[in-house]
Design a protein. Structure first.
Length: 569
């Protein structure tokens, strides 16, 4: 493993660690309406929004009302984005002359961007206009991420308070956008422009290359979309090649900055959670578990990509340089593997590599990170919410071991919470495995993968792991722009977005008003290193038990076949 790869991983993780307390504390202050450094500038704007939208910031909502608001907001967003795509041929800011998007593709894209999935069955530079990019997709990159952040704050409020009210969704949405996502995105966009990422309303430009040929370069407001796609764990790129395009990732520093922005808010929310429950140790345990899984996965992907393909002759440069297929030469195989793992570990999925060109085991690592619920660290809001599912499950298992009713944060976890917890665990698993089974069984689904098994099966498994995990990445050889995959893929995205989130809101609403019970010798200390290890084991075991058979049919079989010198088993 190279020094450059180790230094990149170390500096990214140390930077995120250093920024977690200040950013996490700032998010807590912003979401609770406390005075912060931006209050003098943004408070008047916030009040104006409430007045125009007729929002009462003092009105609190139960978990059912909060969930209803979230669902209404999401489905209105889907409808609005669908109409923009269908009408874009008649709207301004369309220098490429893009026509109306096909109905099923427009629906899939609308669901995708409204759930932070940003799965793209189209080429961004030719499929949609600048107006669709800015007023549709970029706006949803902000609002969908803000919705996830709002829901995470509501869950933390419920678990950390003694009330059955979780806050006001519309207030949380406003504050998440205004105080958190917009300021950081503005600073990040300026830094990306300084690194050479374009930001303009100019249309395509024709230039003459050094060889004398003509080439058309697609320009547009790229930096502003690139930063929120990364910061908000969205992943939708302005250009089809996404993070692998030199416009989006022109230097090693811009790649490093993307990695930090990608991890910043999901990790910071662990500190925010500690503030909400008034116990910093609870947040740091979650941080440690997330970081341990992420670092282990990153090191595995770096080692696999740095080793190259063992089937190539030793004289081939590919072995010495690592697995450079589908990698940026200026970034290298190891850092490419690191980026692939970290973008899969969140809901971003936009690394400067091609996932289909990863070694089978590296592709399996990316799938495993998504299949375990995107909790290491996951997306904005969804990561902290998802890992809390495993926390409560671990508490329940610990209670079984000592023969007493489990407790979390001094409140009993009872039958209602466990029923909701079962839903949170089973809905994503049923959605992924059920839709994979359907897809490989019917002709419409079999038309998606471009390769025979096991790689072809990996293409389908990766697609649904990505859509259900609201990640949005895919194996490049997979054909998703069909009526079948546009429709069933939309269902997978919605199941991934709400299958865990709604049960967790219900659990937060139920546990909020419960009376705290005194600690005893049978209380499982959830703020300890021992519980962190127990939690990490629960995540791995539950993920392995749910998806091991599917992974064995895809990336594991393919990697073993490669080591044995066979194309297929």
């Amino acid at each position: 493993m190279t020094i450059a790869g180790i230094l990149t991983l170390a500096t990214v993780m140390l930077t995120v660690l250093a920024l977690t307390p200040p950013v996490g504390g700032y998010i807590h202050a912003a979401m609770e309406g406390h005075h912060n450094v931006l209050s003098p500038f943004l408070r008047p704007v916030e009040r104006t929004i409430y007045r125009v939208a007729r929002i009462d910031p003092g009105e609190m909502q139960s978990w059912k009302a909060y969930t209803a608001s979230l669902l209404v907001f999401t489905f209105v967003s889907i409808a609005a984005l669908y109409l923009i795509q269908r009408l874009q041929g008649s709207l301004p800011l369309n220098p490429t002359g893009a026509g109306a998007v096909a109905p099923e593709l427009a629906y899939n894209t609308a669901v995708s961007f409204s759930t932070t999935t940003d799965w793209q069955n189209y080429a961004g530079e030719t499929g949609v206009s600048q107006l669709t990019q800015m007023m549709g997709l970029t706006v949803q990159n902000f609002l969908a991420a803000a919705g996830g952040l709002a829901a995470a704050a509501a869950v933390a409020r419920g678990l950390g308070s003694r009330l059955h009210l979780l806050g006001n969704f519309w207030v949380d949405l406003t504050r998440a956008t205004l105080y958190v996502l917009l300021p950081i995105s503005f600073v990040g966009a300026v830094l990306l422009v300084a690194q050479g990422v374009p930001e303009t309303l100019a249309g395509p430009q024709t230039v003459t290359t050094l060889q004398g040929a003509s080439q058309t370069l697609i320009l547009g407001p790229i930096a502003s979309q690139d930063v929120i796609k990364t910061l908000g764990s969205n992943g939708g790129g302005y250009l089809n090649a996404n993070g692998a395009h030199p416009y989006l990732n022109p230097t090693g520093l811009s790649d490093w900055l993307d990695l930090v922005l990608n991890l910043l808010i999901p990790f910071a929310l662990t500190y925010t959670f500690g503030r909400y429950v008034k116990d910093a140790r609870q947040g740091w345990v979650l941080f440690a578990v997330m970081a341990s899984i992420l670092v282990a996965a990153s090191l595995g992907a770096m080692a696999l990509e740095g080793a190259g393909n063992p089937r190539l002759p030793a004289s081939v440069d590919q072995v010495a340089a690592g697995n450079m297929e589908g990698k940026e030469v200026r970034i290298g195989a190891e850092v490419g593997g690191l980026s692939a793992a970290q973008m899969a570990a969140t809901t971003t999925g936009a690394p400067p590599v091609t996932y289909a060109s990863l070694s089978p085991a590296s592709g399996g690592i990316a799938m495993a990170l998504m299949l375990t619920g995107e909790v290491a660290p996951g997306g904005v809001g969804s990561g902290i919410t998802g890992i809390l599912v495993y926390v409560i499950l671990s508490v329940f298992l610990g209670g079984l071991m000592v023969g007493r009713t489990p407790e979390y944060l001094g409140k009993r976890v009872e039958s209602y919470e466990m029923r909701m917890l079962v839903l949170a665990v089973l809905v994503p698993a049923i959605a992924v495995l059920g839709l994979v089974s359907l897809s490989v069984s019917v002709p419409a689904g079999q038309a998606g993968p471009a390769n025979p098994p096991p790689h072809g099966f990996s293409e389908v498994l990766y697609a649904f792991a990505s859509m259900n995990g609201n990640n949005g990445s895919a194996f490049a050889s997979f054909t998703g722009d069909t009526v079948f995959y546009n429709v069933v893929g939309s269902f997978a995205m919605l199941a991934g977005r709400f299958g865990t989130l709604i049960p967790m809101l219900a659990i937060a609403g139920s546990m909020g008003p419960k009376r705290q019970v005194p600690r005893s010798l049978g209380t499982l200390p959830t703020g300890s290193a021992m519980f962190g290890a127990f939690l990490g084991g629960t995540i791995i075991i539950v993920g392995a038990l749910s998806y091991l058979a599917a992974l064995a049919l895809g990336p594991i079989a393919e990697h073993l076949a490669m080591l044995a010198g066979h194309t297929t088993p």
